[in-house]
Design a protein around this ligand. Structure first.
Ligand code: HEM
Length: 499
């Protein structure tokens, strides 16, 4: 067993190298030198901290053929782009506002804060005449070309594969503007400002909107929870030099990217529908038959074992049989586990090998893997998850039928230094691969939340019943249905200014 290891939402010990996520400014055209410390005024705000949000609008666009006019308009947008420094100020203001309201026993006032970020797809960069290699083949090829490998369903054709996506994502999308705020009115007012910059709607528009996705955090006590009901956004990699001080004597790795791509990050965006009534019906019909549990508790336990956390966010690796909401809410403790409890990652009595959180961040399953295969470092696989829920709450009719009638789900947005190593690898080689994590005594099975199989009714996983860990559970359908997406690059603010 390795030394005790502590992961935390913002703790240093996830030990993620700054350069494994971000590149940095350099005087060279092609940087291969150790970069200077991160400049929060230059990195777009959604990447490292996340734009404050109650509601977000993603505007997907194509650039007009008059590219030089578009570039001119873009330079006018730059002063409005929200930097990491600005987001840190906004968060401080939100906190102060909440504290002041609590002292007066009132609801916090609306702050009308809005944030704007922008990112470009490969086709967008090419349209702008930027054809430099930035070292990510998934980004270069685009997500449409990747759909089949990601396991998305669709129709094979003589020339390739057409996924079952909404039309907008089956045509080139050049970029996306993200507008975030604490109410629809603020976001709408900000959107109008952005549209005016690009003359949207006029004959001389330089940007054409191809799709708008609106997301909202869920209401009331469900705030922060995704639509299946689980608290989300808990485990994020800590970034060295930003979330933490550099470890003494530990060199930052040099980076190889064109200078304009430094201080930027790749963004994998997915439009994911969730079949919530169907998921809930499955849990209800398959309660874990553990002694002392009511059917309702057995269903709740099954849900927690599929995700890897209870709905409150408490990790089942720490509290395997009973939810502990206080633990879920404690950022110093809710990420303090490694699937090695007490000292052996070879069992799934606490957490199934294929639980969503274990598949997507296997911790000790790779980091403690004995030679000759391991230990396997996982830094390059870490992603920073943002995004937001979309769609209404489940209606009583849907709940009683166990059938989705209204579209809802997650606008999944994840930042990383490299999509091939990050999102693409996690989805394809981990979530969709029954044999991962490797070298286990039984085949783990599919990630029950996002894993995709050629036949969506063929997915199974083991370890859901802690008293019979080799038993396999069949999952009737895939409850997360991708309807599109694209890979983007979110450049630094100085690069946008110079474009
Ligand atoms: C964690 C739900 C899609 C990667 C989580 C958590 C929940 C969740 C509830 C636990 C809370 C947390 O640690 O933040 C969902 C749902 C999805 C979805 C409902 C689809 C609708 C994805 C996708 C990926 C992904 C597409 C990547 C391919 C991750 C990662 C973690 C995570 C890396 C953190 C694991 C850890 O560090 O412990 N997700 N997720 N998720 N998810 Fe997802």
């Amino acid at each position: 067993m390795s030394a005790s290891y502590h992961y935390s939402s913002q703790s240093s010990t996830a030990n993620l190298d700054l350069n494994s996520l971000y590149a940095h400014p350099s005087v060279d055209n092609m940087s291969t030198r150790t970069p200077p410390p991160l400049d929060p005024a230059n990195v777009q705000g959604d990447i490292l901290v996340g734009l404050p949000k109650k509601t977000q609008t993603y505007v997907f666009f194509q650039i007009d053929d008059n590219v030089s006019a578009f570039r001119t308009q873009l330079s006018k947008l730059v002063p409005l782009i929200t930097s990491t420094s600005q987001v840190l100020n906004d968060h401080a203001q939100i906190l102060a506002n909440k504290q002041a309201a609590a002292e007066k026993g009132r609801k916090p006032t609306l702050l009308t804060l809005a944030g704007i970020n922008i990112a470009f797809s490969h086709t967008g960069l090419v349209k702008m005449g930027i054809t430099d290699e930035i070292g990510d083949s998934a980004f270069d090829e685009g997500q449409l070309a990747d759909a089949q490998d990601l396991g998305d369903k669709g129709t094979p054709t003589s020339t390739g594969f057409v996924p079952d996506w909404i039309p907008a994502f089956k045509n080139p999308v050049h970029g996306v503007i993200l507008i975030s705020g604490d109410c629809h009115a603020t976001v709408q007012a900000t959107l109008i400002k952005v549209e005016q910059i690009f003359n949207v709607g006029a004959h001389n528009a330089t940007l054409h909107e191809v799709l708008r996705l609106v997301g909202d955090v869920r209401p009331g006590a469900e705030n922060g929870h995704e639509h299946f009901g689980f608290l989300d956004g808990i485990s994020q990699p800590a970034v060295k030099d930003f979330d933490t001080k550099p470890n003494p004597g530990q060199e930052t790795k040099p980076v190889t990217r064109p200078a304009w791509a430094l201080d930027g990050s790749f963004l994998a965006l997915r439009y994911l529908f969730q079949l919530v009534p169907e998921f809930n019906t499955f849990l209800k019909k398959n309660p874990l038959p553990l002694p002392g549990l009511t059917p309702e508790q057995g269903s709740e336990l099954l849900g927690a074992r599929l995700v890897g956390r209870w709905k409150s966010g408490a990790p089942i690796d720490i509290t395997p049989l009973k939810d502990n909401p206080a633990l879920g809410a404690d950022p110093l403790q809710n990420n303090n586990f490694r699937y090695a409890f007490p000292d052996d990652p070879q069992t799934q009595d606490r957490c199934p090998f294929a639980a969503h959180t274990r598949k997507t961040n296997p911790r000790a399953d790779l980091e403690d893997l004995p030679p000759p295969t391991g230990p396997v470092p996982t830094e390059s696989r870490r992603i920073i998850r943002r995004g937001i829920q979309f769609g209404p709450e489940v209606t009583p009719l849907e709940a009683s039928l166990g059938q989705t009638k209204l579209g809802r789900g997650l606008i999944f947005a994840a930042y990383q230094s490299n999509i091939v190593n990050g999102f693409q690898f996690i989805q394809h080689s981990w979530a969709n691969t029954a044999g991962f994590p490797i070298q286990k005594p039984v085949t783990p099975g599919f990630d029950p939340i996002i894993g995709q199989a050629a036949d969506p009714t063929s997915r199974t996983l083991t370890g859901t019943n802690p008293n019979n860990q080799s038993a396999s559970l069949s999952l009737p359908i895939e409850w997360v249905v991708p309807k599109g997406g694209e890979y983007f690059f979110a450049p630094s603010i100085s690069t946008l200014r110079d474009t």
